[in-house]
Each structure stands twice: as structure tokens, then as C-alpha cells.
Ligand binder design. Sequence first.
Ligand code: G3P
Ligand code: MG
Length: 245
Amino acid sequence: MKELINFAHRGAAGHCPENTMVSFRRALELGATGIETDVQMTKDGELVLIHDESLKRTTGREAWINDVTLEEVRELDAGAWYGAEFAGERIPRLDELLELLKDRSTILNIELKNGMVQYPELEAKVIQAVRRYEMSERVVISSFNHYSLAVCKQIAPEIRTGLLYGEGLYEPWKYAHTVNADALHPWYGAVLPEWVAAAAEEGIAYHPFTVNEPQLMQKMIDAGVAGIITDYPDRLAELLSPKRV
Ligand code: G3P
Ligand code: MG
């Protein structure tokens, strides 16, 4: 059986300010074998890693990403809100994360945050960056915007895609075929062992989010998921490590 992917959600978001380079590096130190991040686009078309459309929560600036330039974004502090010791952390460009991972075996899950804002050419730009770093085989592009996933597959059939959803989607492994998705990225409450098995029959992997409690992690492992997205890659690494007798 393939090794379960330990995806660090927004980096090690349980320990560091989410979606910052310190958070990504920490995730690797803590045993993550995958990293999940959120990508959005600035006014001047640059790809940056931030979860919210608004800059307010993590930087204090009252503006949306698509209304400011990269230069303005780079002046903001994305670490101080989390703790004084993280002051000075910046909102990273996608390229910085690709650079960090390019010589490793880490799987990268890039979530396209284009539900509220329709960023022009977001799919093409992300794919171009992934190809430039020759990381197509190690990337999974996910989104709650399933139209966008269909577009990704049209542009880049070689890059895996993951379908993000909440609960209640009926036979999602069948629906996944309609956009040619390779994986299901459900909220963890929408995971049952029989569904994971049915999806596996069709070659579709389950990567649930955001699983932070060890008991719940174990439940997902027992259900047979291929990966788990967590704010605490250290907890998952501990669970997955061979137990000493
Ligand atoms: O990709 C899994 C998870 O990150 C989806 O939700 O809101 O944390 O980006 P969110
Ligand atoms: Mg996300």
C-alpha cells in the first residue's frame, strides 16, 4: 500500500502563521510529506499565497488582494497577528514555495481560491509556474470551484486535480469523472470506509480536510484515505510512525 500523504494545511498552521514561508518550512521539519496552500492573484496578476480574499485578518490592511499590487502586498506583515516572534513574515509568492520544494519529494496541493473572485487566467498561470519548476508529477490542484478544475485538466491533463466539497455529495467518485478529477478533498465528516473503497475502485483517492485530532486522524486512516490535510503534521507523523515496542 502507498504511504499516506501527510498534508500540512496552510503549512503548519497549528504552530505558525498560516501560508507563510516559516509555516511551510516548519511543516517539513515536523514530518509533513505534503503541503496544502491557497493561491490568489494581485491586481497586477501575480500569484500569492493567502487564504482570505481580504487582507484584513492576517495583515490588518482593509483591502482585497485583487485591489492591490504585488509591491503593496509585499510591504505587509503577515506574521505579527499570530505572534510577535513572527513579525516580518511576508505573504509569499507561489514561486517561493515551488522553489522550497523543488529538490524534495514533497507533494504540493495548490488550492485555487477563485470562488468569490474570478481571477482571469488563474488556472493557466498556476500551471505555467508548476511546469516551469517541473513539478507536475508532485502537484495536486484543488478547488471548490469545479469549473476551474475542468479548465485545469483541459490545459494540463498531466497534473492531478482534487475536488473540494463539504458534505452530502452523492457518489462523488462518479461526479469526479465529470471534471476528470483524480482525487476527492472532502470535509472529514463526508468520509466513510465504503465510500473510500468505492472511489478507490475507480482510481480516485480521498484526501479529507482539516483533520486535527489524533482520534479523527486514526478514523480517517482506518477508512483507507490516501492523504490527510491537517494543521498539525507532527501529530499525524507521530500516528504514522512505526510504534516502538
Ligand atoms: O484544501 C483543504 C482546505 O484548505 C479547504 O478549505 O478554507 O481551509 O482553504 P480552506
Ligand atoms: Mg485551503
